[in-house]
Ligand binder design. Structure first.
Ligand SMILES: [Zn+2]
Length: 344
């Protein structure tokens, strides 16, 4: 891919600030302040030289690349009727549908731009997030699966044969997993805290049918630190991803594994995310594939903003991918589980 080294594309839209679940639940953690804090921080450092682009709204046709027409209509009609609760965590208001269209539209526009060679990396600073949304169900603050739509768009319309999706949000990306679990053209890898919402993503779940071996779940214990996450990334995820030879790398970039996050119990520091992003950058460079990241969770606005800045800097070339020792317990277990499918 062409594009000057270090220059990425940052997709955003003010409509993403209008979705506010606090109208239904005043203590809801998914607030517009998350995005405002990210943008304040990036503004203060000149956006690290990244080019900002307005995210277009996705079309319903694009949503229906992975979602059923019934699901799309259901969310739209609930918002048009003034909003309400979808489940105990997931709420919409009148502006939520439009916010979601721009969130999906950002991911689609990013993938189009990356594959056209406009840049080698992109980031979508959008909400609502997407990775819990299944084909026909909104859940876990997510209405439509931003990353999944973008991956499917790349495959169906932009000539890509294989997409690697890494989900480092602290929660299992059950939506993306469900959408692609029978597919071998999408390698989906999720590192997440075991036992946390939504409860799926066991090590033994490797996808099914044609897609067996193309879903890798790496649950880690509460309290785990960056060293463990980086070690699994280096010794399990990257060898599998390299052997898969994707032409596009997508990142479900949640930052709720940060030690400051109120919803989870992992202990990653900001530089842990930078370290992971360096590994992803080097993998993508070796493969000649662009990297596109889409914001997922992360509920301590200052920590999220710091992590986004660190991730953009690392994707843009700052720092080296540092090698970590294999983790004594989890690396061999994961290698035994996935070694049947990948050269680990
Ligand atoms: Zn999360």
């Amino acid at each position: 891919m062409s594009g000057a080294l270090g220059t990425g594309l940052y997709f955003r839209h003010s409509a993403c600030l209008e979705h506010d679940p606090r109208a239904h639940l005043p203590t809801h953690p998914d607030t517009p302040e998350r995005l405002l804090e990210i943008e304040r921080r990036l503004e203060a450092c000149g956006w690290l030289g990244w080019e900002r682009r307005e995210a277009p709204a996705a079309s319903e046709q694009e949503l229906e690349l992975v979602h059923t027409a019934r699901h799309v209509r259901g969310v739209r009609e609930l918002c048009e009727a003034g909003g309400g609760a979808i489940d105990a965590d997931t709420f919409v208001g009148p502006a939520s549908y439009r916010a979601a269209l721009h969130a999906v539209g950002a991911a689609c526009a990013m993938v189009r731009a990356l594959l056209a060679g406009d840049a080698a990396m992109g980031f979508c600073g959008v909400r609502p997030s997407g990775h819990h949304a299944e084909r026909e169900r909104a859940m876990g603050f997510c209405l439509f699966d931003n990353v999944a739509v973008a991956a499917e768009l790349a495959i169906r319309e932009l000539g890509v044969q294989r997409v690697f999706i890494l989900d480092w949000d602290v929660h299992h990306g059950n939506g993306t997993a469900e959408i692609f679990r029978r597919r071998r053209d999408v390698l989906f890898v999720s590192i997440h805290q075991a036992g946390l919402f939504p409860g799926t993503g066991a090590l033994q779940d490797v996808g099914s049918g044609e897609g067996e071996g193309y879903t890798l779940n790496l649950p880690v214990p509460a309290g785990s630190e960056g060293e463990l996450w980086c070690s699994l990334l280096e010794h399990v995820v990257l060898p599998a991803a390299a052997a898969f030879e994707p032409q596009l790398v997508l990142l479900s970039a949640g930052f709720d594994a940060h030690l400051g996050d109120p919803l989870a119990g992992c202990r990653l520091r900001t530089d842990s995310f930078a370290a992971m992003a360096c590994h992803v950058r080097e993998l993508a460079a070796r493969l000649g594939a662009p990297v596109g990241a889409v914001l997922e969770g992360g509920y301590e606005p200052r920590a999220v903003a710091e992590c986004v800045q660190a991730t953009l800097a690392a994707l843009g070339g700052e720092g080296e991918a540092v090698s970590a020792a294999p983790e004594a317990l989890l690396t061999p277990r994961a290698a035994a589980q996935f070694g049947r499918y990948w050269p680990l």
